[in-house]
Design a binder for this molecule. Structure first.
Ligand code: FES
Length: 93
């Protein structure tokens, strides 16, 4: 199924480097995966926030250097990157 990666580009996520995170995803394109800049995802202060749909998997404080993990493990390998999960929505992490 087609996946969509949303990367918040609103104020507080941008301050933490969300533009670089978006650029890192764009530099690693994958068939059937759409990468989109999103508006505020309502989780400011934990950014950059990355949401993978339709999986409803949230990653927080994502660094550009970590993007390849999401691409290789999650998007290509089908495995969640546990150490990057956003605890608020994935309390069992
Ligand atoms: S600014 Fe990114 S979640 Fe609100």
């Amino acid at each position: 199924m087609t996946k969509c990666v949303q990367i918040c580009q609103h104020r507080s996520c941008r301050k933490k480097g969300a533009a670089e995170v978006l650029a890192a995803f764009k530099s690693l394109p994958i068939a059937d995966v759409t990468v989109t800049a999103s508006g505020c995802l309502g989780q400011c202060g934990n950014g950059p926030i990355v949401l993978v749909l339709p999986d409803m998997v949230w990653y927080c404080r994502v660094l550009p250097l970590e993007v390849h993990l999401v691409v290789e493990k999650h998007l290509l390998g089908g495995q969640i990157v546990k150490q990057m999960l956003y605890h608020r929505f994935h309390p069992q992490g």
